[in-house]
Ligand binder design. Structure first.
Ligand SMILES: Cc1ncc(COP(=O)(O)O)c(C=O)c1O
Length: 384
């Protein structure tokens, strides 16, 4: 650190320089991220609550009210009654907290999850001294319920099911998983991505995946992904609030007697941003956003299909993955054209996340480039 501080204009110029080197969602070229440009009202809300700290809620009664109201809105959306919960920094923190509760409630140490579960579950297992029992998935990359039946034992603390897998956007059969877990194991649903998509798809007429499934113990959903809020904003909801007692720690110098969150000082700007996004969009606003993302996803898939490139699965949410022979070569070629896409490992595929910042024109231009680059690279391979 320098002995003397620099003048603000100099500091701001340095910040601007760094900012200029960042990619921006608004340019419409990022198809490799599960985040997007937050709504303007969410940005505004974020900047209003920079000082608040929900780690010490007695000083921030207004922010605390916003958090409770946000959780009430979400409980209603996800068909839960009298749920416990709080805003977390992301699904990673949500998954860790849920598994922490599961371990302390059941006094068992095994987590059963499919390979398709997010790597944050591995972080949780490592931190909590738990062991992951991996179950296979079916041909459509959904957790295999028959395999799960064999894997759940008296040592199982929790089963993790996913509503919108990271790589393919697939939804595990949560109804059947819930039935199997009821009274046997804690069932945590990771809806980090799907949480703000599935309620607005097909008029919500989908196989049940939320608190309507009796066996679901907890659920996490990220408002900083399809929720249109700022980073960090995510929510952990728990069917029985008493489970939080199992992870409660005395917080002597604060305005609460106990703290049940992993974090101490807690981001509150994200709470306000999530509240603002949900209040200003309402169900109809999210429905329109999801419909547009799905339409753009279908446009990309259809164009690729015309060129003989089939997706790994028919997209369930706004994620499409194409199993090319040389995925990295295709990714590099697209990057040279200015597009950012990512890849999946299981199976190896080019992964395209069609977020709200992608317009119909952008999707069409991307699909054209995808098809012409794949042709150049000899994809799909000619059948002998
Ligand atoms: C299914 C799933 N769970 C958890 C996470 C981790 O979320 P976060 O980065 O908000 O901690 C992600 C992130 O992509 C995800 O897709």
């Amino acid at each position: 650190m320098d002995a003397r501080g620099a003048p603000p204009h100099k500091v701001l110029a340095e910040l601007q320089k760094a900012h200029n080197d960042d990619l921006r969602f608004r340019d419409g070229t990022i198809l490799g991220s599960m985040c997007t440009e937050p709504l303007p009202v969410a940005r505004r809300a974020h900047s209003m609550f920079l000082e608040a700290n929900l780690g010490n809620p007695g000083y921030y009664k207004g922010t605390w009210r916003l958090e409770r109201e946000t959780l009430r809105i979400l409980a209603d959306l996800l068909h839960g009654k009298n749920l416990g919960g709080f805003t977390v920094s992301g699904a990673t923190e949500g998954n860790i907290t849920a598994l922490w509760m599961a371990r302390n409630t059941t006094r068992r140490k095994e987590i059963v999850a499919a390979k398709t579960a997010h790597f944050s579950v591995r972080k949780a297992a490592d931190l909590l001294g738990m062991r992951i029992v991996e179950v296979p998935h079916d041909d459509e990359y959904r957790l295999d319920v028959d395999a799960l039946r064999k894997a759940v034992t008296k040592d199982t603390a929790a089963v993790v099911a996913v509503a919108g897998t990271t790589e393919l956007g697939q939804v595990d059969p949560i109804g059947a998983i819930g039935e199997l877990c009821l009274d046997r194991a804690f069932l945590h649903v990771d809806a980090a991505f799907g949480g703000f998509v599935l309620p607005f798809l097909h008029g919500g007429d989908l196989p049940r995946w939320d608190f309507r499934v009796a066996g679901v113990s907890s659920l996490v959903l990220d408002a900083h992904k399809m929720g249109m809020a700022t980073i960090p904003a995510s929510h952990l909801l728990v069917r029985e609030a008493r489970h939080f007692e199992r992870i409660a720690v005395e917080s002597p110098y604060l305005t609460t007697v106990y703290q049940t969150s992993l974090l101490g000082t807690r981001n509150s700007a994200g709470v306000a941003a999530a509240y603002a996004a949900m209040r200003s969009l309402g169900r109809e606003g999210y429905r329109k956003i999801v419909a547009r993302c799905m339409k753009n996803t279908s446009a990309i898939v259809e164009r690729a299909r015309e060129a003989g490139i089939e997706p790994v699965i028919e997209p369930v949410v706004n994620i499409a993955a194409f199993p090319l022979r040389d995925v990295e070569a295709a990714q590099r070629a697209l990057e040279k054209k200015g597009w950012r896409v990512s890849t999946s490992r299981n199976p190896p595929a080019l992964r395209v996340v069609v977020m709200p910042h992608i317009t119909a024109e952008g999707a069409a231009a991307f699909a054209d480039d995808l098809v012409s680059l794949c042709r150049k690279l000899g994809e799909p391979p000619r059948k002998a």
